[in-house]
Design a protein around this ligand. Structure first.
Ligand SMILES: [Zn+2]
Length: 174
């Protein structure tokens, strides 16, 4: 439970003790930091505010994703952090390997042999209350799962076909 209090000189500014930042904060300041931490070009100093459910509540945003992958600049295929995501999805290396695979030859002119085949896979998932589909040529369904967790700001629940609309995430890989 979070306890709110006010200072005598600031009666209209509720405050609380933030465990993550180990600081006493005004609710409005917390909301602002949460919004900045979860926005574009979030500064590193606000890392601890990212994915904070209390901050989300103060900012008036419900059902947020608490996945540690959310908003990370990682390649969904090889899971490496990268400064640049091609098609907002792959690192430069994976993108180049895929290109060579599709062309049937690498930079040396020979056929790429190590690249796994690409499959057109579709996954369905719920983002908050909304059913979403994600489909693209990938090396595995795991790649789509990582992409969905990385790119969805609402809480993600994975689902399968109509017969069994919802399954725990663990079963997806069986
Ligand atoms: Zn990669």
């Amino acid at each position: 439970m979070v306890e709110y209090f006010t200072l005598e000189e600031l009666p209209d500014r509720p405050m609380f003790r933030c465990e993550r930042r180990n600081a006493t904060l005004q609710v409005s300041a917390c909301a602002g930091m949460w919004s900045e931490a979860n926005g574009k070009a979030a500064p590193e100093r606000l890392d601890r505010c990212k994915n904070c459910p209390l901050g989300a509540k103060h900012a008036g945003v419900g059902e947020i994703s608490l996945s540690p992958l959310r908003g990370m600049s990682i390649c969904a295929r090889c899971h490496q952090g990268t400064t640049r995501l091609i098609r907002k999805h792959l690192c430069v290396s994976c993108y180049n390997r895929e290109r060579e695979f599709n062309l049937g030859r690498n930079a040396k002119g020979s056929a790429p042999v190590k690249h796994p085949p690409l499959h057109n896979i579709e996954i369905r998932y719920q983002a908050g209350e909304v059913l979403q589909r994600l489909a693209m040529p990938v090396v595995s369904s795991e790649e789509l799962v990582v992409a969905a967790l990385r790119d969805t700001s609402k809480q993600v629940t994975f689902a399968f076909s109509g017969k069994r609309p919802e399954m725990p995430q663990g079963e997806l890989f069986v």
